[in-house]
Design a protein around this ligand. Sequence first.
Ligand code: DOR
Ligand code: ZN
Ligand code: ZN
Length: 448
Amino acid sequence: MIVDSLLSNAKAYLNREIVDCNLAIENGKIFKIGKEAHMPQADETTNLRNLLVLPGLIDAHVHLRDEGKAYKEDFYTGTAAAAAGGVTTVLDMPNNAPVTMSAETLRNRMKIAEKKALVDIGFYSEFPASTDEIASIVAEGAMAFKLFMACQIGGLNIDDDSALENAFSKVSELNVPVVVHAEDRALLATAEEKLKKRRHHDAAAFLEAHSENVELKAIERLLKLGAKTKARLHICHVTTSTGLAAVAEAKKAGRAVTCEVTPNHLLLSSEDFKRYGSLFAIMPPLRSSNHIEALWRGVTDGWVDIIGSDHAPHTLKEKTASSIWEVKVGVPGLETTLPLMLTMVHKNRLGLATMVDLLSEKPARLFNLTDRGRIDKGKRADLVVLDFNRKFKVDAAKFHSKAKYSPYNGWELQGKPVKTFVNGLLTMDEGEILAKAGSGEILRRNHA
Ligand code: DOR
Ligand code: ZN
Ligand code: ZN
């Protein structure tokens, strides 16, 4: 038999070990892993010259925009950024124009994405106004429902506990998770109003409004609703020690709850935000060092399940309004997540195995992406090849994302993705996109 391609002289991360091997790829899947003498012939061979190969990243928190917000990012530029960053699967957030919250908006989004995607994309839906619509959204293939608690975005009234309870019960029946941005709308709105009246519009005011308590209150409310309904909850971007402790307690009690942190909340602080200003405005905001340390402990002790980038591109103009209340919150992240985390591995802040768990294995498990997340026979050939020791400076001007700025611009990092294979296809090589638009696939939730 002659297989499609062969990756020779790889140092591949297999089953928590780094193994010298060759990888044969057939039909987008890993066909065989073995020593050179035992490998089948191939149409094409790439000599990886002892570079490290990890499973491609699965980034469960990405805002790809497109449609009415294509001026910020579109499916092509967003997935090009993913491929450049070693990310082979992304899950797309629903705060779009129009908001993804019906079978029709979801179907339409999939149709547009299908022609532009360079990596695989799964989609979240916001909750619709009527729980009767939930089943049709699930049938269309939504990966999970997103609940944005900081202000009203979806159809479901976020202030109404009984509405949330009904919706959670419904998704629990259908065995679909709910992913949540946990900040309490009412607390946030009251604080913001007060600060605006006093004409406070700097980073400190933003931090005061988005207090630790705003996150904790939302998490506590959610955990109560989760306990009542048995819904599977996933808390996005946990940023506080108290929020994480509440999640850890719920986990200890055996509840179906998981959580994510972002590289931003691990590596940047509220002091950075105050110093550098609006470009560093994200939501929930950057925190002080005691919270950062708690998040790191959560990462190393296993309370944190996954790392997601929260890639949230905006135009530079939107990022630089004079009042913090006018600034669009969010920063791009797809092209920096992996090099940042590899740099932390070099600094012994993080073990390589923990990193792969957080970036690939656990997101696959959480979202039932059973065909990926590990390098193994029969799994998809979604791979990132690293120059593990290479040092380089982040140059945001060269990003594939439309958002060509970064809080990490100019940082010297160590560890660079040099090739990304998506479904066996060499999609990125040394920063260059080689695949055609539409080579990525649209994912629908696997209910098996
Ligand atoms: O920083 C953020 N950006 N936080 C959010 O919750 C939304 C996101 C965005 O869509 O820009
Ligand atoms: Zn969010
Ligand atoms: Zn987000």
